[in-house]
Structure formats: C-alpha cells, structure tokens
Design a protein around this ligand. Structure first.
Ligand code: ADP
Length: 140
C-alpha cells in the first residue's frame, strides 16, 4: 500500500445544506488527511471542462448546471490507498445503492445531486488535483 492523493469535491447540494464539516469528519475518521481545501464557485464552462469525460452521457448538461448552481469545496485528500479509500467513504453513485454509513447513503439527495465527487484512478487524480491546485497549495 502506498500513500496517495486524490481530488474530492463537496458538491452544491451539500454546501447548500451546510454539510461540509460533517462530510470532512467522515474523511478524517477514515484516516484521510485534508492537505488542501478551498471553497469556490464554478462556472458552467468550468464544470463542463472538468466533467468532459462525461460529454456523451445523457445527464451531462444537467450535471454541469448542477455543479455551477452553488459553491463547491474542492479538496485534496491524502492517505494510504486514498483513491480507493475515498471511493469507499463516498459510497455508490446512486444513494439508493450506497452502503450504510457512507457519505452518499447519509447525505445524497439523488443520483445526480449526490454530495461528493472523488477521483477514480491515479491518472485522473493527478490531472484533477492539477486542475484546481498548484503544488504550493498542497501542504501535507
Ligand atoms: P461517480 O461520481 O460515482 O464517480 P460517475 O462518474 O458515473 O459517478 O458520474 C459522475 C457524476 O454524474 C455523478 O457523481 C452524478 O453527479 C452524475 N450522474 C451519474 N449518473 C447520473 C444519472 N443517471 N443521472 C443524473 N446524474 C448522474
């Protein structure tokens, strides 16, 4: 097992309901360290660029509108196998399928408004971290 970094986003449905602290507590309880964090507001264009991999999916436009609908908290989580560990803490995409105790089981409102994003592999984690943060902003 190796120490990894992964990009996490607390999505607008969660920031709107003031859940940032509760979600961060779940990351920290799982042994993930928040080594960078900022609250920003994405434009629809920036959301579209970030989620470009989903361009052909039927929900792409809805997803971009949603991600631009309110503030998000972008963060870098660090820890042993952080990419997979974060996906575990997040739970399944659809909250109806998410395991008990996961962020999405407890907080997500729907398959679209599902409270958190997490990188799914080492290459996407590196690209997504670089999209939002400079090296100087990552303080382990
Ligand atoms: P994950 O975020 O679990 O990695 P995906 O990469 O499949 O899931 O999808 C990216 C995001 O797109 C999801 O987190 C969710 O916000 C949105 N999404 C996925 N499937 C749907 C759907 N069927 N309808 C609406 N939005 C969706």
């Amino acid at each position: 097992m190796a120490t990894e970094r992964t990009l996490s986003i607390i999505k607008p449905d969660a920031t709107k309901r003031n859940l940032t602290g509760k979600i961060n507590a779940k990351f920290e309880e799982a042994g993930l360290r928040i080594v960078a964090q900022k609250r920003i507001r994405l434009t629809k264009e920036q959301s579209g660029e970030f989620y470009a991999v989903h361009k052909e999916r039927p929900f792409y436009d809805e997803l971009c509108d949603f991600m631009a609908s309110g503030p998000v908290v972008v963060q870098v989580l660090e820890g042993e196998s952080a990419i997979a560990k974060n996906r575990e803490v997040m739970g399944a995409t659809n909250p109806a399928d998410a395991a008990p105790g996961t962020v999405r089981a407890e907080f997500a409102e729907s398959v679209g408004e599902n409270s958190v994003h997490g990188s799914d592999a080492a290459d996407t984690a590196a690209a997504e971290i670089a999209y939002f943060f400079s090296g100087l902003e990552l303080v382990g």
